[in-house]
Write a protein that binds this ligand. Structure first.
Ligand SMILES: CC(C)(COP(=O)(O)OP(=O)(O)OC[C@H]1O[C@@H](n2cnc3c(N)ncnc32)[C@H](O)[C@@H]1OP(=O)(O)O)[C@@H](O)C(=O)NCCC(=O)NCCS
Length: 164
């Protein structure tokens, strides 16, 4: 999928092995992203229930990776396991474009809802998820360590209710 905002266009596609260094760099530039190892992403590449999407510049040679999102499907539900956009490309619609393409693919795969956990103090991520329509389901006390913090569990229904 290609998405344009003004004169900037980006392409959203599935992760490939050659993207691993770039997404690890983006992940490691953000304290709030889950700190995964390269092997974690490699495992997901071979997992039928896993889906890792990357956003890259369209038109530039070579393209620059702007951000990524990791989903894992469990039956009719999907969990958002990781998400980060390179700091200098934030607030340009990159995460929104990743989510729109994920939503399209997950609906096609029969997924009805997405769930995620987020640190209660992560205001940028909460602002993003709420802008997309996620609702808070519950608070998990001291769910995170280093530093210890509550998690908020958020979810969104993907399919609009039928019949109205
Ligand atoms: C959360 C994150 C992925 C958002 O990515 P992004 O590409 O900057 O988000 P978008 O540009 O697509 O934002 C879409 C909308 O979400 C909301 N939003 C995004 N960032 C926000 C912020 N910092 N504060 C409040 N609202 C925000 C806005 O409504 C925004 O629309 P607008 O820019 O027109 O106002 C990014 O801040 C990030 O990488 N954070 C560090 C990693 C992280 O926290 N991951 C989540 C772990 S659970």
């Amino acid at each position: 999928m290609t998405v344009c905002a003004g004169s900037h266009c980006m392409r959203i596609r599935l992760l490939s092995h050659r993207d691993l260094a770039a997404i690890l760099e983006i992940q490691n530039s953000s304290r709030q992203a889950s700190a995964w190892e390269e092997t974690d992403y490699e495992q997901l590449l071979g997992d039928n229930q896993g889906m890792v999407l990357v956003a890259e510049t369209e038109g530039a040679v070579p393209p620059e990776i702007l951000g990524f999102a990791v989903f894992h499907k469990v039956g009719e539900e999907s969990e958002l396991w990781n998400l980060a956009v390179a700091p200098r490309h934030q607030r340009r619609g990159v995460a929104k474009a990743l989510f729109q393409e994920a939503r399209r693919r997950l609906l096609q795969a029969g997924v009805a809802a997405i769930f995620l956990e987020v640190r209660a103090s992560n205001a940028p991520a909460l602002g993003f998820y709420r802008a997309l329509g996620f609702k808070t389901l519950m608070r998990r006390k001291r769910y995170y360590q280093d530093p210890s913090e509550d998690a908020l569990v958020l979810s969104i229904d993907l399919a609009p209710p039928s019949g109205n």
